[in-house]
Design a protein around this ligand. Structure first.
Ligand code: OAD
Length: 254
């Protein structure tokens, strides 16, 4: 494993980050891998390697088998609650403090960015710790999850409660997506970290930034459809590469 301080980050990239007023960061499940949270598509450990998304992460799957879907998300919620942010999450908090106009756009529902201290952030796919009613869409309180019903019932309309995450075939929160698209269009540098860059519309964000003339930097140990187009492809893990990037920036600007 290459230690963070031994990594040589291209001086041109450090200069671009130091000069940038607007930086956008897109993250995916890969940034949480080193916190012990499973990704989706990693061959051996990914969630979609064990389960089929159509059976678990769609409204139809929930209506077909609400108990199975509710219990799967309860298992994921419990795993996430046991996890802690890693050096990659904390490096993005440090970067945010150094950039005048910064937006973190995450596809992750694990809440680890917020727990690390990220503030200027949008959650494109919701948050697994939040629960809402499948019918009336009101957000449920923790106390509404008590009781014997699985899934629990909405105290307002009696509908089934569900995790407040975006399922396949569902619309993303409009405001979050609009903020993300604007940040991709307007930034000077976009970092794409730990995402397979396959699920739309998030996967388009780095390409929107490229079309707007931004420098796009990918952080991923494996190749993705973005890799050949990225200005810099940092082949490594988020917990190694992001601290190295921030260390190089600190050395450059103090
Ligand atoms: P994936 O599991 O599709 O991709 C994870 C990416 O992270 C892969 O490209 C890995 O190579 C990379 N990776 C693995 N370990 C890493 C590490 N330590 N550091 C950096 N990168 C690492 O997860 P996402 O791209 O986030 O959506 O998936 C996008 C969406 O598909 C998710 O938000 C979810 C899923 O279905 C919904 O459920 C709507």
């Amino acid at each position: 494993m290459t230690t963070a301080d031994a990594l040589a980050i291209a001086p041109a990239l450090v200069d671009a980050l130091a000069a940038a007023r607007k930086v956008t960061v897109l993250t995916g499940a890969g940034i949480s891998a080193e916190s012990g949270v499973p990704t989706f598509r990693d061959a051996m450990t990914g969630l979609w390697a064990q389960f089929r998304p159509e059976e678990l992460a769609t409204p139809e799957a929930f209506l077909r088998n609400p108990k199975l879907v509710w219990n799967w998300y309860a298992w994921r919620r419990e795993r996430v609650a046991r996890a802690s942010p890693n050096a990659g999450h904390f490096a993005l908090v440090e970067l945010e403090s150094r950039v005048p106009e910064f937006l973190l756009v995450t596809q992750n529902v694990d809440g680890l960015h917020a727990r690390a201290g990220s503030c200027r952030m949008v959650e494109l796919h919701g948050n697994i710790a939040r629960t809402k009613c499948f019918d009336c869409e009101r957000t449920a309180d923790e106390k509404d999850l008590a009781g014997d019903d699985v899934p629990p019932r909405c105290p307002h309309c009696g509908g089934m409660l569900r995790p407040d995450v975006v399922w396949f075939g569902e619309m993303l929160p409009a405001n979050a997506l609009e903020q993300a698209m604007r940040a991709a269009r307007e930034c000077e540098v976009l970092l794409s970290v730990g995402t397979s860059t396959v699920v739309e519309p998030a996967a388009s964000l780095p390409f929107v930034a490229l079309q707007s003339g931004a420098w796009v930097v990918e952080v991923n140990p494996d190749p993705t459809p973005l890799t050949p187009r990225a200005r810099f492809a940092l082949k490594g893990t988020a917990a190694t590469m992001l601290p190295a990037l921030v260390s190089a920036l600190q050395a450059r600007v103090g």
